[in-house]
Design a protein around this ligand. Structure first.
Ligand code: ZN
Length: 219
């Protein structure tokens, strides 16, 4: 199957009210689990170890941050993903996933690497340049607000963390959010098509195509 459209296969979000942080719930010391592995998992049939109702139509998240801080853009930022379906808000939410989030005994553990914390901050600032009024939340905050089966994801208090990052001394003139930094946007390359094998597991190609401007998500 191949998806040629930026927004395929679920279409474009009519609005973006939430920027939601997730974790992959993979062991923090794992180098075996990778962002591409998450994408591959989402394309795998449930009968072959994939997610519930798998294979999904696309990766559920828009971006995934690896342990080394590198990022895989897995959906067009304005596309409808599949990450907060449990609370019915895929249509107005952007989703970022961090690899890790549990310890070696499977307990919630926000032991993300310094590169991931820095990358996540950059991801959120980029997203806010596109949707300045969106709220920054964790998956668990969405569940608490809108109802749903409780989850620890992403295993830390996202609103408090974000507020702490932005509560520094008075205005230093660096209005990153109010004044989008084009150099951040131009770094992003959005996948234009995904090709997966019929089994969904043994081959996965992501055509990242040409960089597209995120300054105009309607483009
Ligand atoms: Zn989650």
């Amino acid at each position: 199957m191949e998806y040629g459209s930026h927004y395929a296969p679920r279409g474009k979000r009519p609005e973006t009210k939430h920027i939601v942080v997730h974790c992959a719930a993979t062991p923090n010391n794992s180098t075996r689990h990778t962002p591409l592995g998450i994408v591959r998992f989402h394309y795998t049939p449930e009968s072959q170890g994939g997610p519930r109702h798998g294979p999904w139509k696309s990766c559920g998240y828009h971006k995934i941050r690896a342990r080394d801080g590198s990022v895989l853009v897995t959906l067009h930022p304005a596309a409808i993903g599949a990450h907060v379906g449990d609370v019915g808000h895929n249509h107005d939410s952007y989703g970022i996933c961090l690899m890790g989030g549990i310890d070696d005994r499977g307990r919630p553990d926000p032991n993300y690497t310094p590169e991931q914390w820095a990358g996540l901050e950059q991801d959120i600032r980029e997203a806010l340049t596109l949707w300045p009024d969106a709220e920054v939340l964790g998956h668990r905050d969405m569940i608490e607000r809108y109802g749903g089966r409780p989850k620890a994801c992403p295993c830390f208090d996202v609103p408090s963390w974000w507020a702490g990052l932005n509560s520094g001394p008075a205005d230093d003139g660096d209005d990153t959010i109010d004044n989008p930094r084009p150099e951040l946007l131009s770094q992003l390359v959005v996948p234009t098509s995904f090709t997966v094998s019929p089994t969904g597991t043994d081959r996965l190609l992501i055509d990242f195509g040409e960089p597209v401007s995120l300054a105009d998500p309607d483009g």
